[in-house]
Write a protein that binds this ligand. Structure first.
Ligand SMILES: NC(=O)c1ccc[n+]([C@@H]2O[C@H](COP(=O)([O-])OP(=O)(O)OC[C@H]3O[C@@H](n4cnc5c(N)ncnc54)[C@H](O)[C@@H]3O)[C@@H](O)[C@H]2O)c1
Length: 430
């Protein structure tokens, strides 16, 4: 049964900047479902979510989608080219979602906030603390939300990890490792247009940086960051484009004890590797060890001529899956989708969750959610900025740098081996 659409409902009109893989995986299902099934919370009542406009580099994918059956049912304005974002902002959207490549988030996010739109940015939010400061200040000035997508925080296994830590069952994390390895098709074709000068850590290690910081970090402070990696497959061995990266982050507790985490990322794993996207974590506590392995937690399936290309050997249906529900409906659901819907609920709460004079209280309440608010992304962005600076130094012939945090010389300070003069990446405290 297709529910009746009610044009009198409060509606959040969304502009999408970037219309690539992640749009198709997580945003598209939200817009397709919510066009007919409004979001509902007791505070807001039903609120419709509508994809109203798209801005992308060429507009080709969006045009193809508009021609499809789903696109015909839910048409939107399709802007392409250098002024696409400006035209999208002028088209009357309320919210802007930014899903462009990782080094192209800042400009559209700033333009959207300047125009007074609520903003959701794919991780990594931005690549420097100066950019983060500018966006958070703008969001404050304009009275809107600025948030970032970290869907791994909504993974039930990670929620349980945090719950057990919070409840004192897992006590005092000391160290751990995380790895996320992507297949060669990601670097070779999916991201080929923008991959020059980039690395796989910035855009996937952040999942774990946030998981660690958000789950374990209310009292500790970030202390230092180091990184190294390999080149030669995606680009030349002496060039700026990285095949794989190993990042180490060290935190310090108030009593001086340290915690260290190693995060390994790659986008050159063999295409037919069973895990496809291979993900593993281990965290060691004073009294416990937590292991989680993507391939060992769930389904393993082989279908002649269909795995591992069209279907994956070890799919994660909790993240995202298409289902025939027991009650007959076709749905697409999972925590990757849930986390986007949650953002729209937060916008709906600000705009429709009570009387207009109390809007600023509701805004304050939603900003205080540290799992996704941009103002709570400081330590992750600091690590990303340090990582990018360390890799740039290595590519220019100076490997082995370390970035220290909140030193007398500045908030984020890079030290080269054998050079006594530090380079201040960010002067204020992190
Ligand atoms: N949440 C996740 O797990 C997850 C997974 C994959 C990607 N991502 C993030 O999503 C973002 C996009 O990744 P993707 O895989 O969809 O990439 P993609 O290469 O498939 O798509 C990028 C899109 O951005 C558009 N674009 C590029 N430059 C633009 C510009 N200057 N202005 C407007 N549009 C522009 C392209 O036209 C394309 O539509 C990245 O930040 C990435 O880190 C998140």
């Amino acid at each position: 049964m297709v529910p009746r659409r009610d044009d009198s409902l409060p509606t959040i009109r969304c502009g999408m900047v970037g219309f690539g893989m992640i749009f198709d995986e997580t945003y598209r299902p939200v817009f397709e479902t919510r066009a007919d099934h409004p979001l509902y919370t007791p505070a807001t009542g039903p609120v419709a979510i509508q994809l109203a406009a798209v801005a992308s580099r060429t507009g080709v994918r969006a045009a193809r989608y508009l021609e499809s059956a789903a696109g015909q049912r839910h048409p939107f304005a399709n802007f392409a080219g250098p002024d696409a974002v400006q035209r999208l902002l002028e088209s009357g959207v309320d919210v802007v979602c930014v899903a462009t490549p990782d080094d192209r988030h800042f400009a559209p996010a700033r333009a959207a906030l300047e125009a007074g739109k609520h903003v959701l940015i794919e991780k990594p939010s931005v690549l420097s603390l100066a950019e983060l400061d500018e966006l958070t200040q703008l969001a404050n000035q304009r009275g809107v939300l600025a948030k970032v997508v970290y869907h791994k925080l909504a993974d039930p296994d990670h929620k349980k990890l945090r719950t057990l830590y919070h409840d004192g069952i897992l006590q005092h994390v000391n160290n751990g490792y995380c790895s996320l390895l992507e297949p060669k098709s990601i670097s070779g074709s999916q991201f080929a247009e923008w991959i020059r000068g980039r690395n796989p850590a910035t855009y996937v290690a952040v999942h774990y940086l946030k998981l660690i910081d958000f789950s374990f970090g209310p009292t500790w402070s970030l202390h230092r960051i180091t990184a190294t990696g390999q080149r030669g497959l995606v680009g030349p061995a002496d060039g700026p484009t990285w095949d794989s990266v190993q990042l180490q982050v060290v935190y310090q507790y108030p009593d001086g004890r340290e915690a260290a985490f190693d995060i390994h990322t790659s986008w050159v794993t063999p295409e037919n590797f069973p895990g496809y996207v291979e993900q593993e974590v281990q965290f060691r506590f004073d009294n416990a060890v937590w292991n989680a392995h993507q391939r060992k937690r769930g389904v393993e399936v082989t279908v002649e001529n269909r795995t591992p290309g069209e279907l994956k050997y070890t799919p994660n249906y909790h993240y995202n899956g298409t289902f025939l529900e027991p009650w007959g409906e076709r749905t697409q659901r999972g925590y990757g989708i849930e986390v986007i819907e949650r953002f729209f609920q937060e916008v709906a709460f600000v705009e429709y969750g009570g009387p207009a004079p109390e809007r600023s209280q509701r805004l304050h309440q939603m900003r205080a959610l540290t799992y996704n608010d941009l103002s709570a992304d400081r330590r992750c962005v600091a690590i990303v900025q340090a990582l990018e600076a360390i890799l740039a130094k290595a590519a220019s012939g100076v490997p082995g740098c370390v970035v220290k945090v909140n030193t007398p010389a500045g908030g984020l300070v890079l030290y080269e081996p054998g050079n006594v003069t530090p380079l201040v990446l960010y002067a204020p405290r992190v």
